[in-house]
Design a protein around this ligand. Structure first.
Ligand SMILES: [Zn+2]
Length: 383
């Protein structure tokens, strides 16, 4: 048994000052104030020295980081993000991979799952595509999935990913999606469908709702709108469609200078969705492309060969610090968006995402600036 003491325990809507968390095996077994929770004799005691003790971060949309793509070296990538408090990651495969590359990547990641602590942090896949609108997003010239949607192209990929594919992102306006979505849901009925890289109308989003649309891929980023009927007015696009659907969680990238989503837009998204439906993602990517001169002072962005934004170099500890700085939200709100909401968005809210009795002991210990001091995964500290 392990006890964490002198903790500022971050619950969903309050912080317990001078709190204690007890862990037995891979489960949280008690949470409360020091004068309420007795530390059992013989427990190994970790002194948090007044740091915040919150639920491990869950990064559902992350391509890689620190020089390692998940698809190429899943354990090295997972280890990096785990050191930043990400106790669950969904390696994200993009439309720049060919079918053969998708298949090889899926096998590599599956083989890494459960291999040591880093492997335990890999929770499945986020499929960013392959069927997005080729007009929107990074690496446009490398989109290998333009043209007709054919079963012979996607069947093996969907089957290989199986139930590990937690999310499939689509552009609802792509013609011929329905047989693909039928296949996806046949293989994994729990798969969440995300809307992204799209200029879909609300009607086009609604038409596919029955397949389980529950997420928007990086809200207010890589989307467009159809031209409105009259100049000077504006139409609703995929962002608005997802913002006004109460079932849909919206992903938000919070880089240090709020380039992906400006601070007022962050506030707007949270105002419309409510704090319970916003999910922080890193969208961290690996790229050697040069930084355009206008962004030379910013160190946490990535660019594609055309100089367009291509994800970030974020980790969710940094994203939490950034969102607090940009909009002045609380520590609780940051943890809701980085841990609990993503757990719920991928259907794992009963198991992960908060410091509560019975949940898996995935814990991050951070200082006031969200600098990670230690991380526990399944009841074991990484250091
Ligand atoms: Zn994207």
């Amino acid at each position: 048994m392990t006890a964490i003491k002198n903790a500022r325990v971050v619950l969903e809507y309050e912080v317990i000052e001078n709190g204690v968390v007890l862990i037995d095996g891979d489960r949280i077994t008690a949470v409360g104030a020091a004068n309420e929770v007795k530390i059992p004799e013989g427990a190994s005691v970790y002194d948090a020295k007044g740091a915040y003790v919150g639920p491990g971060f869950i990064d559902i949309h992350v391509h890689g980081g620190n020089g390692h793509f998940f698809y190429a070296d899943p354990l090295a990538a997972a280890e990096f993000f785990l050191s930043h408090g990400e106790t669950t990651v969904l390696p994200t495969l993009y439309y720049d991979l060919t079918k053969a590359e998708f298949l090889a990547s899926i096998e590599r990641v599956k083989a890494a799952m459960g291999q040591g602590m880093a492997g335990n942090a890999i929770g499945g896949f986020y499929m960013e595509g392959p069927y997005m609108n080729p007009k929107y997003g990074a690496q446009l010239e490398n989109n290998k999935w333009r043209g007709e949607i054919k079963a012979e192209d996607y069947n093996e990929v969907v089957e290989a990913a199986g139930k590990h594919a937690k999310v499939w992102a689509i552009a609802p306006e792509r013609p011929g999606l329905e047989p693909f979505l039928t296949k996806v849901k046949l293989v994994n009925p729990d798969a969440v469908i995300a809307v992204g890289h799209s200029e879909a109308t609300p009607a086009q989003v609604k038409a596919l709702k029955k397949y389980g649309i529950g997420l928007q891929t990086h809200c207010m980023d890589a989307t467009g709108r159809v031209t409105p009927a009259s100049a000077g007015t504006r139409s609703c696009g995929p962002d608005e469609a997802c913002l006004m659907d109460k079932d849909i969680y919206c992903e938000m990238i919070c880089d240090s200078q709020a380039i992906h989503v400006a601070p007022d837009m962050q506030e707007f998204i949270i105002f419309v969705k409510g704090i319970d439906k916003v999910v922080l993602i890193s969208d961290s990517y690996v790229s050697d492309e040069p930084t355009p001169p206008e962004f030379a002072h910013i160190t946490d962005l990535q660019f594609d060969p055309s100089g367009g934004l291509c994800g970030s170099k974020l980790t969710l500890d940094k994203a939490c610090a950034n969102v607090m700085k940009h909009i002045g939200c609380s520590v609780n709100d940051a943890f809701l968006m980085a841990s609990r909401n993503p757990a719920r968005a991928i259907g794992m809210g009963n198991e992960l995402g908060s410091i509560a009795v019975g949940k898996r002991a995935d814990i991050v210990i951070v200082d006031d600036g969200f600098n990670v001091e230690n991380v526990m995964l399944k009841g074991e500290f990484i250091k």
